[in-house]
Design a protein around this ligand. Structure first.
Ligand code: PMP
Length: 436
């Protein structure tokens, strides 16, 4: 039983004391008071199947007992900054994390968020190369501080930051992009940016492996290998932003970039790394990591004992419970069922005369469903998706939305999602779309 403050009271306090920039999902926002594995519970004890996991943040499941236990034990023993003294938690987690990365990627810097991780990665590329120019991909999201907001490439998320030296390349988006699924054609744009927009030398390139905020956009095959080649020829370093696509979420691989057959110079991560605990990291090679010794560099809470104890527990749970395999199995099943739903709504226009699933995409448990009102024009079904989300919430399912036009369902559940959960999800989405 929950007898704490109710939604109305929280809303009143929010409107008086919190930033007006804060927003929420649903006409009547949910007061979520408890989480357990793939479920969330509201103030009235109503259970919701969570297919968003706090924006791909919870990987092992809400309040996974092993992670909670590790955090509580370390909190009661000792919590302080990571700098100036030794503590085994940070070293143990760094070692375990490094073992999950390929090649020479084995030096870890911990941060408190994805934004901080990407800011640091951008700084490292500029220090290492002595160049300033960075290429990022349109429709990307990399964070909300000055540098990362510059590399973020959607006006929804940008204020008038000074975007010094940032170039935004064509998005290799197979559904909406000019060249369809031909990754090498899009990669040509990066080569031309280097040739016509820079001195010919660049600091680096940053990209998500699957765009998350941008609406679960899988980069066209062949794009990343060709771009990495161009960037490296121009002296730059390649950053893989694994904030959403990392930590087993894509199922086929532990890291999203692995599906593209590339090895980045720097990998950034957050969200899933701590199963909900504020934690982020930058992993790079010993040689590149040296650049930060030129000055003093520290981060008070990055890698603190409590968060790193939690992070280590997350890695162990992922392995013990074979969650990557589950993400692949259940994620592929869910994707197939979403494809079938797409066909059903297309072939039965009397049920939904103007609303279609234009695209189903993604990997493992990072899936996107794009709603359109016209299949040829791909007209975004912007308002419809909000109605559908409200309907789904009323039937006990929470799902996210995103994409530049705000018309893509983002399905990123905790990796413990089961086949039965996937069936329930499909049934609820089907009813919600049919009712529209
Ligand atoms: N990179 C990606 C791919 C993200 O999705 C996000 C957050 N949505 C960030 C970076 C920024 O992470 P944070 O919000 O923890 O700063």
């Amino acid at each position: 039983r929950y007898d704490g403050p109710r939604a109305d009271e929280i809303l009143r306090k929010r409107s008086e004391y919190l930033s007006p920039s804060m927003y929420y999902f649903y006409k009547k926002p949910l007061n979520i008071v408890e989480g357990k594995m793939q479920y969330l519970f509201d103030q009235d004890g109503r259970r919701y199947l969570d297919a968003f996991a706090g924006i791909a943040t919870v990987c092992c499941g809400h309040c996974h007992p092993d992670v909670v236990d590790a955090v509580v034990r370390q909190t009661s023993r000792m919590q302080h900054s990571t700098v100036v003294y030794l503590n085994h938690a940070i070293a143990d987690f760094a070692e375990a994390l490094a073992s999950k990365l390929p090649g020479d990627l084995k030096v870890v810097f911990f941060t408190n968020s994805g934004t901080e991780a990407n800011e640091l990665a951008l700084l490292i590329t500029r220090l290492y190369t002595g160049c300033h120019d960075i290429v990022s991909v349109r429709n990307a999201y990399h964070g909300n501080a000055a540098g990362t907001m510059g590399t973020t490439a959607q006006n929804n998320w940008k204020f008038n930051v000074i975007q010094s030296g940032v170039h935004h390349a064509m998005n290799p988006d197979p559904y909406r992009g000019a060249f369809g699924s031909d990754g090498e054609k899009y990669a040509r744009d990066v080569q031309e940016i280097i040739e016509f927009g820079t001195s010919g030398q660049v600091a680096g390139f940053i990209s998500e492996s699957i765009q998350g905020v941008g609406g679960i956009v899988e980069l066209a095959p062949g794009y990343l290998p060709a771009v990495y080649e161009s960037i490296r020829k121009a002296g730059g370093l390649c950053i893989a932003d694994e904030v959403q696509s990392g930590f087993a979420r894509t199922g086929s691989h532990f890291w999203g970039f692995e599906a593209h057959g590339i090895v980045p110079d720097i990998v950034t991560m957050a969200k899933g790394i701590g199963n909900g605990i504020p934690l982020g990291a930058v992993v790079t090679t010993p040689e590149i990591a040296q650049v930060l010794t030129r000055r003093n560099y520290f981060n008070t809470f990055g890698g603190n004992p409590v968060c790193t104890a939690g992070g280590l527990a997350v890695l162990r749970v992922l392995e013990k419970e074979k969650l990557q395999q589950n993400a692949l199995l259940v994620g592929s099943y869910l994707r197939d069922r979403l494809k079938a739903l797409q066909e059903k709504h297309e072939s039965n226009p009397s049920a939904t005369p103007y609303l279609f699933i234009g695209d189903v995409r993604g990997r493992g448990m990072m899936l996107g469903v794009e709603l359109v009102t016209d299949l040829k024009q791909k007209t975004p079904a912007r308002t419809e998706i909000s109605h559908a989300m409200d309907q789904m919430k009323d039937m006990g399912v929470l799902v996210g939305k995103g994409g530049f036009y705000g018309n893509v369902f983002r399905i990123t559940p905790p990796l413990c999602f089961t086949k039965e959960d996937a069936d329930f999800f499909i049934e609820v989405m089907d009813i919600a779309l049919s009712r529209l």
